[in-house]
Design a protein around this ligand. Structure first.
Ligand code: NAD
Ligand code: DAU
Length: 349
């Protein structure tokens, strides 16, 4: 089995590459990544010498290159994670999200269709998507696989569009596909633009913690390793044409999560209790900020027997440990262009 994993140098992709190489030593994995600001080969140092692992630097938005890559390697399956992934950046530059997330996905679908050419037995195009396509919940209810799409940010609109193209290729050409829509991930190697690693970095540097609005938005957090486990189950045992929601049944308001993170960090850094909470600063809200996400993952549990393996407190403590043990990683990814990004995103708030 030769699997193409796109976006394997990013946060979730690097965990998926590591999981598949570790669990299936007979598989060959090619990681295709453009190495944007979010892609980092240091995320895969521990697997880069594995003889079954290959890295290809390239852009999924380049249709000719993608067709040639598929013609050369004749992959058996694709696990597609490459995307622009940060909502705040999509508000600043929506076009990049259309190019990578929509055009890039269609290029991959086209190439898979051309290469497999109707011989679909044993083939699979696995599209990794997000719960944000379903929009925003009030205080009640959860997203199920049949919740109508209602994206609000340019990021979620681009992911919704890519999901529709994946289904269209299944319905029109019979391409074997699965889609999973996952809630917020956290864990090691996450780029410090997202809430948890950004706040870990700021706490360690005693910088302000910019809480959007009143901090009452709710997210449903899942440990990234559990996401990789779910992708494995769906990849091997899911049904073609189906969608699976993945989530941790783990809802937190931002402010409660931030206070928990502050307490963990104070303990681990040997600071006096309450020291990090003093860094909390309420700033202008994100435009179009979705109030609440909550995933109903009962289909995945019922059909494929998947449940999360750790509690949030365990996963978060492990995540903090990783970032504190890998401060050189944080220093490296926050040098250079990151400083400019941070200024631009937070200075006017
Ligand atoms: P990330 O930003 O950390 O990584 C994205 C990777 O894709 C990077 O390595 C980047 O270099 C690569 N990439 C971007 N554009 C590319 C292009 N045009 N060609 C080739 N490579 C390109 O993202 P992540 O958080 O790991 O998310 C991975 C996937 O999972 C995305 O599709 C995202 O929508 C989805 N997802 C993320 C979350 C989350 O909480 N982070 C939750 C649900 C779904
Ligand atoms: O739900 C899945 C999605 O989760 C993924 O599809 C996205 O790729 C991923 O980025 C994430 O989107 P969010 O917008 O929910 O994640 P983010 O970490 O950016 O923000 C989490 C919450 O924290 C959100 O309510 C906004 C808030 N926030 C975020 C940042 C960066 C702040 O209050 N301050 C901040 O500085």
């Amino acid at each position: 089995m030769h699997i193409l994993i796109t976006g394997g140098a990013g946060f979730i992709g690097s965990h998926v590459v590591r999981h598949f190489l570790g669990r299936y030593p007979e598989y060959v994995v090619t990681n295709l990544d453009k190495l944007t600001y979010a892609g980092n080969l240091a995320n895969l140092r521990d697997v880069e010498s594995n003889p079954n692992y290959r890295f290809v630097k390239g852009d999924i938005a380049d249709g000719k290159f993608i067709l040639e890559l598929f013609a050369e390697h004749r992959f058996d399956a694709v696990i597609h994670l490459a995307a622009e992934s940060h909502v705040d950046r999509s508000i600043e530059s929506p076009v990049e999200f259309v190019v990578s997330n929509v055009l890039g996905t269609v290029n991959l679908l086209n190439a898979a269709r051309a290469t497999w050419n109707g011989a679909f037995e044993g083939k699979l195009f696995y599209h990794v998507s997000t719960d944000e396509v379903y929009g925003s919940l009030g205080s009640e209810g959860m997203f199920t696989e049949s919740t109508p799409y209602d994206p609000h940010s340019p990021y979620s609109a681009s992911k919704a569009s890519s999901d529709h193209f994946v289904r269209a290729f299944h319905d029109t050409y019979g391409l074997p596909v699965v889609i999973s829509n996952c809630s917020n991930n956290y864990g090691s190697h996450q780029f410090p633009e997202k809430l948890i690693p950004l706040f870990i970095n700021n706490i360690r540097l005693k910088k302000p913690l910019p809480v959007y609005g009143a901090g009452l938005n709710v997210r449903d957090w899942l440990w990234v390793v559990d996401h990789a486990r779910a992708i494995d189950e769906i990849f091997h045992r899911g049904t073609s044409g189906e969608t699976y929601n993945i989530g941790g049944h783990n809802e937190w308001t931002n402010i409660d999560l931030i206070r928990l993170l502050c307490r963990i960090m104070d303990r681990k850094l040997g600071r006096e209790a309450g020291a990090s909470e003093k860094l909390i600063t309420y700033v202008t809200d994100r435009a179009g900020h979705d109030l609440r996400y909550a995933i109903d993952a009962s289909k995945l549990q019922r059909e494929l027997d998947w449940v999360p393996s750790v509690t949030f407190e365990e996963g978060l403590a492990q995540t903090v440990d990783w970032f504190l043990a890998n401060q050189a990683w944080l220093d490296e990814v926050t040098s250079g262009a990151y400083q400019h990004y941070y200024e631009k995103m937070y200075a006017g708030r």
